[in-house]
Design a protein around this ligand. Structure first.
Ligand SMILES: Cc1ncc(C[n+]2csc(CCOP(=O)(O)OP(=O)(O)O)c2C)c(N)n1
Ligand SMILES: [Mg+2]
Length: 799
């Protein structure tokens, strides 16, 4: 009888010896997991357990661990039997002890951490180091070989798994999903990734829904709906569910082995069919539902309360070892129930019988290079971005749409890397809206679901990945990067907040990797934010939020934030981002037509420094500036230049210096960030005593946060977004937030002491302009022509 999807598998003939071997392996992993949580000494229980052998603080998570160990052991059998190239993603990443135990058993751990040898001494270290000061974290952190997923923050396992599988046709990604994790929005959306996986050119993902019934202190939704409903759900997501259930280990081993054979036969058949002739269609991929008790094989009951098969097993089941001798005895009998004397040699190494389940060196999941993606990383072939430059004969002479220009460059990136198949663009349905649609000349939108005649650019081979879930976009890209490829995520600025926390987690991963020498560098996470706060002409307030960068800068030297004032600077910074490693790069650039300021040579110099004086807009060359006008972001740059234009026309004696910031981190001191400008250079630019009017793309206080230690900080006055938004004209958005040219010019009058009463006439004229503006837009519904059509017309260096 072969296993059929949708039903629990009846036991069938799998040689008993094989099942015993799997069981021994599982017991060894369980023993090693419990040892990590509890033991400081006496690792092999060669003497009776006493309180001196127990860690003073018991930290970790038992409940999920036996299930993870169970799955790992069975996957090893399949890898060996079928020579599979497989990685393991642990959704419930709090089950760190399981993955540490398994990678130690198979030898991968000791190869990466030579001090934790595969013998009794190493086992003692293995136990001691877990969740211990100076040791390793409790989760499946980067220290764990074979991990690309820490799993501390639940929800992203399946998106990571698919990201890893894209363009890796030989790879199988086994992905354990906690039944609690499955309640998250990110995970719920990730099931749909199967509509984006090409069975011919991508690998396979095997989702394993770990239905252990509980979360921390509650049952899980999916464990408490009728089987038919769960079946309908998974079928509705487009999968073929297979079920393995039970509590009796030997029976469940048998069911698992039979079912996994059927599943892997099915995966092989799907791939064979797709890789033959004919059109590629979307298969119904298998999903495995494993329903076993939480805390399986642990204490059944403690102090009259149920533990095994209950949420109480989630963390550390026996917590009063010091004060309650009965607990200590229970722990000892729990550990001895795994019969360690049958599993480990006298010296503490795993017995040779266990080795029989360990896959070949290169196929061990803890040593799979896909899970240390930097090892497989190939540089992108990048076109010369100068070839895509807009010709800007003089500042303001032409108008252009920055992201449209970038689209041409990205089209070429796709073309040059078509054979390498290692670059993808991710976004929630906005590639065209963000005006990057030239990429569709080189590739399509990935789409394995149904297609209809009116569809545009949908293709099973497309490399532009659009799903309306920022979580899934971000998760796919992370998985893709962590397995050694490259990509770019484009997103509306306001909605990138949806992945705030995912950004945090990825940055933490990168930071930890810095201290792990065997983790090879990976391509940076590149995020392009466009359709930004200042130009939400169609959408208004809900779409206006520039706060993502406030979060991003918390991650210090791991991040770069680039605010491109025009198209050529956007080309420069994007090229830089695609070449960088181990960073998160956030680029903000507009998509709307606006005057272009820098020719390509000027843009390159400007981006190289990250900050600089716009000489052509300044008139302080012969002396000291009376005021510094700083700007960061495309709309603030435009308004600053328009303000400078007014000031120079009406107050020609005023010496104005214009500074533009492309690389926001230059504002930080160099001790805080590698791109920080040295104090002397900063003081030379911003002076030590002149007023600085700073027009900023985001919330004003970010500039103060970054620059608060600078000498002239007391004179820095920042204008930015102050949460005044609506559906209105582009210029009115600036006016509502006091960032417009008239307000900026008034700020100068108010802040430069010598102007005072001399500039009173101009100040009044500016004030009246704002009144005219209001009347005009309320009457005509668009900006005054003198505002809308303004551009820079001064000759270089003078009025
Ligand atoms: C996004 C997120 N919210 C909350 C938590 C806190 N938390 C840690 S484990 C856990 C329960 C997880 O349950 P499940 O996914 O079923 O895992 P398992 O039962 O295998 O431990 C929760 C809520 C978290 N880690 N991540
Ligand atoms: Mg659970």
């Amino acid at each position: 009888m072969s296993a059929q999807p949708g039903s629990t598998q009846e036991p069938r003939a799998i040689p008993r010896a094989q099942l015993d071997r799997i069981d021994a392996y599982w017991r060894a992993a369980n023993f090693l997991s419990v040892g990590q949580i509890y033991l400081l000494g006496n690792p092999l229980l060669r003497e009776p357990l006493t309180i001196e052998h127990i860690k003073p603080r018991l930290l970790g998570h038992w409940g999920t661990t036996p299930g993870l160990n169970f799955i790992y052991a069975h996957l090893n059998r399949l890898i060996k039997a079928r020579d599979l190239d497989m990685i393991f993603i642990t959704g419930p990443g709090h089950g760190g002890p399981a993955l540490v135990a398994n990678t130690w058993l198979e030898g991968s751990y000791s190869e990466r951490h030579s001090d934790v040898s595969r013998d009794g001494e190493g086992m003692a270290r293995l136990f001691r180091q877990f969740s211990f000061p100076g040791g390793i974290p409790s989760h499946v952190s980067p220290e764990v070989p074979g991990s690309i997923h820490e799993g501390g923050e639940l929800g992203y396992s399946l998106a990571h798994a698919y990201g890893a599988a894209f363009d890796n046709p030989g790879l199988i990604v086994a992905c354990v999903i906690g039944d609690g994790e499955a309640e998250t929005g990110a995970l719920a959306a990730s099931w749909h990734s199967n509509k984006f996986l090409n069975p011919r050119t991508d690998g396979a993902v095997l989702p394993i829904l770990h239905l252990n019934g509980y979360k921390i202190a509650n049952p899980t939704v999916l464990a408490r709906i009728p089987r038919e409903e769960l079946d309908d759900l998974l079928l509705g997501y487009g999968y073929s569910p297979y079920y393995v259930e039970g509590e009796d280990p030997l029976l469940v081993h048998e069911r698992m082995a039979v079912t996994c054979d059927a599943i892997f036969d099915e995966i092989a058949a799907i791939q064979r069919a797709a890789r033959g002739r004919g059109a590629v269609s979307r298969p119904r991929w298998p999903v495995l539902v494993l329903r076993t008790p939480k805390g399986w094989t642990g204490p059944r009951e403690v102090d009259g309360k149920r533990i095994e098969g209950h949420w109480r097993s989630h963390q550390v089941p026996l917590a009063e070892l010091g004060s309650n001798p009965a607990h200590l005895r229970m722990l000892e009998s729990w550990l001895r129930s795994y019969r360690p004397e049958e599993l480990f040699t006298a010296s503490g190494a795993p017995r040779p019988e266990l080795d029989e389940l360990v896959p070949a060196q290169r196929l061990r999941m803890g040593s799979n290079p896909h899970a240390n993606g930097g090892l497989l990383l190939r540089n992108l072939r990048l076109p010369d971005f100068r070839e895509f430059a807009l010709d800007v004969a003089r500042p303001g002479a032409v108008r252009g749409e920055a992201t449209r220009v970038l689209g041409g460059y990205l089209r070429e990136v796709f073309g040059l890397n078509a054979d390498a198949r290692n670059f993808r663009l991710f976004g929630p349905d906005e590639t065209a809206s963000n005006r990057l649609d030239e990429v569709f000349e080189a590739t399509g939108r990935t789409w394995l679901a149904q297609r209809e005649p009116g569809d545009v650019n949908l293709s099973p081979d497309g490399r532009v990945m659009e799903i309306l879930s920022e979580h899934v976009c971000q998760g796919w890209l992370e998985g893709y990067l962590l397995t050694g490829r490259h990509g770019l995520f484009t997103c509306y600025e306001a909605f990138i907040h949806i992945v705030d926390s995912m950004f945090n987690q990825h940055a933490k991963w990168l930071k930890s990797c810095r201290d792990i020498p065997w983790r090879a560098p990976i391509a940076s996470l590149n995020i392009l934010l466009t359709s930004h706060v200042w130009r939400q002409d169609h959408n208004g307030f809900s779409h206006q939020d520039p706060g993502f960068i406030d979060l991003v800068v918390n991650k210090g030297d791991l991040v770069r934030v680039y605010l491109a004032p025009d198209a050529n600077t956007l080309l420069c910074v994007t090229d830089k981002c695609l070449r960088s490693r181990n960073l998160v790069n956030v680029v903000i650039a507009g998509k709307q037509a606006q005057p272009q300021w820098l020719g390509m040579d000027a843009a390159i110099s400007h981006c190289e420094a990250g900050i600089g004086i716009f000489e052509w807009a300044s008139n302080d060359r012969d002396g000291e500036p009376d005021v510094v006008m700083a700007c960061a972001g495309d709309v603030p740059t435009l308004e600053t230049l328009a303000a400078v234009d007014l000031l120079r026309r009406f107050l020609p004696q005023l010496k104005v210096r214009v500074i533009n910031v492309v690389d926001l981190m230059t504002l930080q001191p160099p001790e805080e960030h590698p791109n920080g400008l040295p104090a002397r250079e900063f003081d030379a630019l911003f002076t030590t005593d002149r007023p600085v009017i700073f027009a900023f793309h985001g919330y004003p206080w970010l500039i103060h946060r970054l620059a608060y230690r600078r000498t002239n900080h007391g004179n820095v006055h920042v204008r930015g977004y102050k949460e005044r938004g609506t559906t209105t004209t582009p210029f009115d958005m600036a006016v509502l937030n006091d960032l417009d040219r008239f307000h900026l010019a008034m700020d100068v009058i108010d802040r430069v002491p010598k102007l005072g009463f001399r500039a009173a006439h101009l100040r009044q004229w500016l004030r009246d302009k704002l009144t005219q503006h209001r009347a005009h837009i309320e009457r005509y519904g668009e900006d005054m022509p003198e505002v809308r059509d303004w551009t820079w017309t001064h000759e270089r260096g003078g009025v």
